[in-house]
Design a protein around this ligand. Structure first.
Ligand SMILES: [Zn+2]
Length: 573
């Protein structure tokens, strides 16, 4: 071995990432994080996560594939793209050769066709051991070709991202890979197909600023470093130390850029679920249902529920306002739990935050996928604090819209749950465009090409409620209210006396019964004597049965007709 080769090998070994080395199963390896010794076999069985400190080791390509795709299903594509040296960069070819020798890979990303739980998909796996997973022209070409081929074959794409950024030795040509991969993903998305990047440690630089951040759903591994500028560069620039956890997956989730942080043992199941339920629509012009399991039998209320219901609730409008604000009323998450067989929550507005006042995600009922979006209030004070008392900021409305757009892309019906005293009247909410966010939802929801049902569960305050209420039908729980302003606010504006709220609630016509007469809503949902923990399930079952009927009425209709139906509904007022 000549001197240069030897140096390359030494250098490569120094930088070989932190996946513990060794081939024999009883080889003891050191956890790079807690420094405990574990056997290689134990590491493999534990998905390359340290059993002592739970830190995630970086994973080699073949191990990644083994953990996620069906055994024997991976067929590698595009292995014959020749390396280029566009800048004639001194020593670059030798460096590539060294990386190949060290990793057994031809490039920093491997792409191909695979199956995940018997479902075909195109998979890409980046490997940080290969020149830090840096993106050069062959790397970019492999991803682009794989995405293009996926578009042609109408298959979903899953890419395990990890990269130090652009490959410096290829200069500006490396930069162009960002635009090239992004363009391929845009065409794939426009064809109605699913793309899921899985962000692993580290995903930085040009990869973050291109294909890693362009997923329909973005998953990340716990603790992964995800960012554009590296932490060292930021610290040098701003002259201060970054806080612990800065740019980690959890930070990105909180800031709205990651949908879910998924543990390795759950990764295959999560990908499988998303691929199954965000399947490409066979006919993109028409809405269609696909209940693959038996639709549950219609709910019949028990004797206890009948008795409760028979007692009735002779309530004034003001009584209903007070009842509608009760904390033990079923929340959005409770209703989703009862109505659907499962729920995969998606997070973030992709702009700055994950607003916990709004929850949104994918769920199924008898095999048919739905998208559920709702304002979450919480059932006790501590939950209310987490969910900001059900007062969403612009980030919450933007998250809702983003997830509703996914529903439209994949031709899935939408159900919204509304329970809010109003949009959050805060300083930061105004700074980030509360009005714009609500307006945008009205604008976009009006034209969604899939059926939208909106259920008002408690308070329905003003624009903050309407922002999830531009639906083909609006239903209300028996004691829910829907108004332009709280009765207190109304009394204080009109009569300069907020104590006249009871009187205001009478004249405002805010109850479900009055609103049905006015044609503002289509259906009143019985509360079986009052919505609380005991009646939540019955209420949910009533909604479930109605929801099934509701979506069936749209089966086979064109997206344009569904949007027109909604347009006409609001045009009447
Ligand atoms: Zn450890």
């Amino acid at each position: 071995m000549d001197f240069i080769q030897k140096r390359i090998k030494e250098f490569a070994e120094k930088r070989r990432g932190n996946e513990p080395e060794g081939t024999e199963t009883d080889v003891q390896i050191e956890c790079p994080s807690c420094k405990n010794m574990i056997s290689r076999k134990e590491a493999a069985q534990n998905y390359y996560v340290c059993p002592m400190c739970d830190s995630y080791f970086r994973v080699r390509t073949n191990n990644r594939l083994r953990m996620v795709v069906d055994a024997g299903s991976f067929q590698e594509w595009f292995t014959d793209i020749e390396e280029t040296d566009p800048l004639d960069f001194p020593g670059y070819m030798d460096k590539l050769e060294g990386a190949r020798e060290k990793t057994g890979l031809k490039e920093g990303v491997t792409v191909g066709l695979a199956k995940i739980d018997s479902q075909d998909c195109v998979v890409g796996v980046c490997d940080s051991r290969f020149l830090m997973g840096s993106m050069g022209s062959v790397y970019g070409e492999r991803i682009t070709k794989a995405v293009e081929k996926a578009t042609e074959l109408r298959l979903p794409v899953v890419i395990f991202c990890c990269s130090g950024g652009a490959r410096m030795q290829e200069g500006i040509v490396s930069l162009m890979q960002m635009a090239k991969t992004a363009a391929a993903i845009k065409a794939h998305g426009d064809a109605g197909l699913l793309y899921i990047p899985v962000l692993t440690d580290p995903t930085t630089g040009g990869v973050t600023a291109s294909f890693a951040m362009l997923g329909d759903v973005i998953l990340a591994e716990p603790g992964a470093l995800i960012g554009f500028a590296g932490p060292r560069v930021i610290e040098q620039t701003i002259g201060e130390k970054l806080p612990a956890g800065f740019q980690r997956a959890e930070f990105q989730l909180e800031h709205g850029f990651v949908d879910m942080i998924v543990r390795r043992e759950a990764l295959k199941g999560t990908l499988s679920y998303l691929i199954k339920n965000f399947d490409p629509a066979k006919d993109r012009e028409h809405f269609s249902l696909d209940f693959t399991q038996d639709i549950p039998e219609a709910y019949a209320p028990s004797e206890i529920m009948k008795e409760r219901m028979a007692k009735g609730m002779p309530l004034t409008a003001w009584d209903r306002v007070k009842v509608g604000r009760n904390l033990d009323r079923p929340t959005t998450s409770t209703l989703i739990d009862y109505i659907f067989d499962d729920f995969y929550e998606l997070h973030g507005d992709r702009q700055c935050k994950d607003d916990k006042a709004v929850i949104a995600g994918l769920c199924t009922l008898a095999g048919q996928s739905f998208v559920a979006v709702g304002i979450e209030k919480g059932n006790d004070i501590s939950q209310c604090q987490i969910h900001n008392f059900g007062m969403a900021g612009p980030e919450g409305y933007r998250k809702a819209m983003r997830v509703m757009k996914l529903a439209e892309k994949f031709n899935k019906p939408i159900i919204c749950f509304v329970n809010t005293s109003g949009a959050y009247p805060g300083k930061d909410a105004e700074e980030r465009g509360q009005g714009e966010a609500i307006a945008r939802n009205l604008y976009e929801m009006s034209a969604l090409k899939v059926p939208v049902l909106s259920v008002f569960c408690g308070e329905g305050g003003s624009g903050g409620a309407l922002a999830l209420g531009v639906a083909n039908q609006v239903w209300m729980l028996e004691n829910a209210t829907y108004c332009v302003l709280s009765p207190e606010g109304f009394a204080s504006i009109l009569w300069k006396d907020s104590k006249r709220a009871a009187e205001a609630s009478d004249v405002m016509r805010i109850t479900a019964q009055e609103l049905k007469k006015l044609g503002i809503i289509e259906k009143i949902i019985p509360e079986y004597g009052g919505a609380d923990y005991d009646t939540a399930e019955s209420i949910a079952m009533y909604i479930r049965d109605g929801l099934i009927e509701f979506v069936k009425a749209f089966d086979g209709q064109s997206g344009a007709a569904i949007a027109k139906d909604r347009y006409d509904r609001f045009r009447r007022f």
